[in-house]
Design a protein around this ligand. Structure first.
Ligand code: SAH
Length: 361
C-alpha cells in the first residue's frame, strides 16, 4: 500500500496556497493530525465533512470545532480556495474549467452532464510524458505530477455547481504514473464523509503500464479503462510509444486477471482514426485479441488536434466497426462527442485554454 503523503506536511509552509494541501488530506490523515494534537477524532470527521461536503476552507465560524482547534487551523493552514481562471459551457451543457495551480501552471477539468449522471473528467498531471501520436496533452510534454489536493480541488470546485455521480481520470496526464497522489485522491473520492462515490463510478484510464496496473489493483478496486487504439503491436507502437515497453501479449495477460470479481470488466477505449485503425480486418483482429479478456469496448471518434494529420473516421465506418465487435459478442458503445466547440473532448485538454479564449475574443 502506498502511504499517502499527509495533506499537512512540511511543504505546507512553503506554498502560497496551503489550503490546497488540506484538500488532499485523507480522513486518516486528519485523524492522525487530531490525535497527535490531542483533539477528538470526531473533530477530524467534522473538519473532513466541512471541507468536502460544506465546501469550507475557512473554519473561523465552524462552531462544531473547538475554538483552539480553529485558531490552530487558521495559523497552520491559512486556507484559500483553489482558483478558477476561466470556465466555459458548451451548448450541450459540457463545462470546462481552467484551474490555477500554485506554480503558475493550469489544468483543465471537464464536467459532462447526461440525463442519468454527471461525469467529471479530471487531470492527474500537468502535461504527459507518454507522447501518444493523437493526443493534444502529449504534444505539450510533461511538467509535473498533480498533488492529491490538486486532484481533489477539481471535484471540490465542480461539486459547488453540479451533482457529480462519476469521476473519470481521463483528463490531462497518465494517472498510473502518479499513483502516489492518485491513490489518496481516490480514497477521498470514495469516502462517505466526502464525495461518497463507489468503486464502480470512479474510473482510472491508463495507456497500459503493467507494473502500475498491478499496483493499482492491489490498492483499490475502482474501475479501469485501458486505452488500446490498435489490436497489434506494430500499429499500437506507432500510435502509442509506451507499447514498446509493455506489448500487447503481456498487457492482455494482466487484463485477463485484473478484476477478482468474475463479472467486472475492463473498459477498452479505442479511438477511431480514418484509414489508420478503423478497417474491418482490424475490428476482427481486435475481437480476437480480446477473446477471454473480460472486456467492454468504448469506440471514441477521434477528436482532431492540430498538426496530427489524422482525421476522424466516418460515422458509417464507426457503425460497421461497432457491428463487427458486437457480432463477436462484445458490449460495444460509441462515445458521444461532447463540447466540441470548447475543445473539451478527450485528448484535447492542454491547459492553454486561456490562450485559445484570447485568440477567439
Ligand atoms: N493517459 C490516460 C488517460 C488520459 S487520455 C490514457 O491514456 O488512458 C484519456 C482518453 O482520451 C484516452 O483513451 C486517450 O487515448 C483518449 N484520447 C487522447 N487523445 C484523443 C483524441 N485526440 N481524440 C479522442 N480521444 C483521445
Amino acid at each position: 500500500m502506498i502511504k499517502p503523503s499527509l495533506g499537512y506536511n512540511a511543504a505546507m509552509s512553503t506554498t502560497t496556497n496551503p489550503g490546497l494541501h488540506l484538500l488532499g488530506a485523507t480522513r486518516e490523515d486528519l485523524l492522525a493530525f487530531m490525535a497527535k494534537r490531542g483533539y477528538k477524532s470526531a473533530h477530524a470527521f467534522s473538519l473532513f465533512k466541512a471541507i468536502h461536503r460544506g465546501h469550507l476552507l475557512d473554519f473561523t465560524h465552524l462552531d462544531s470545532l473547538p475554538l483552539t482547534l480553529r485558531q490552530h487551523l487558521a495559523t497552520d493552514f491559512p486556507c484559500s480556495p483553489p482558483k478558477v481562471l476561466h470556465t466555459h459551457t458548451a451548448t450541450d451543457g459540457t463545462q470546462k474549467y481552467l484551474i490555477a495551480l500554485n506554480d503558475g501552471s493550469a489544468i483543465e477539468t471537464v464536467f459532462i452532464p447526461e440525463p442519468s449522471r454527471g461525469t467529471l473528467c479530471v487531470s492527474s498531471q500537468v502535461g504527459c510524458a507518454l507522447n501518444c501520436d493523437f493526443c493534444a496533452t502529449g504534444k505539450q510534454g510533461f511538467s509535473r505530477n498533480l498533488t492529491a489536493a490538486e486532484i481533489i480541488a477539481q471535484i471540490w470546485i465542480a461539486t459547488r455547481e453540479h451533482t457529480i455521480t462519476n469521476v473519470v481520470f481521463m483528463g490531462m496526464g497518465e494517472p498510473l504514473l502518479n499513483l502516489e497522489h492518485v491513490i489518496p485522491a481516490i480514497s477521498i473520492l470514495l469516502d462517505d464523509c466526502a464525495y461518497n462515490l463507489s468503486k464502480y463510478t470512479v474510473t482510472v484510464s491508463t495507456a497500459g503500464l503493467i507494473p502500475q496496473m498491478q499496483q493499482l489493483a492491489q490498492q483499490t478496486e475502482v474501475s479501469l479503462a485501458l486505452s488500446l487504439h490498435a489490436p497489434n503491436d506494430l500499429l499500437r507502437t506507432q500510435l502509442m510509444p509506451i507499447n514498446k515497453k509493455y506489448p500487447l501479449l503481456e498487457l492482455m495477460a494482466v487484463c485477463k486477471n485484473y478484476f477478482k470479481h468474475p463479472k467486472r470488466k475492463i473498459l477498452f477505449e479505442y479511438i477511431l482514426i480514418d484509414g489508420v485503425n478503423d478497417t474491418d480486418a482490424l475490428a476482427h483482429e481486435l475481437a480476437q485479441l480480446l477473446t477471454d479478456v473480460p472486456a467492454k469496448i468504448n469506440l471514441i471518434p477521434f477528436n482532431p488536434i492540430a498538426h496530427s494529420g489524422y482525421q476522424r473516421s466516418t460515422d458509417a465506418r464507426i457503425k460497421v466497426f461497432q457491428t463487427i465487435l458486437r457480432d463477436h459478442g462484445f458490449k460495444t458503445f460509441v462515445r458521444k462527442t461532447r463540447g466540441p466547440l470548447i475543445d473539451a473532448a478527450c485528448g484535447q485538454l492542454k491547459g492553454d485554454f486561456i490562450e485559445k479564449t484570447k485568440r477567439r475574443a
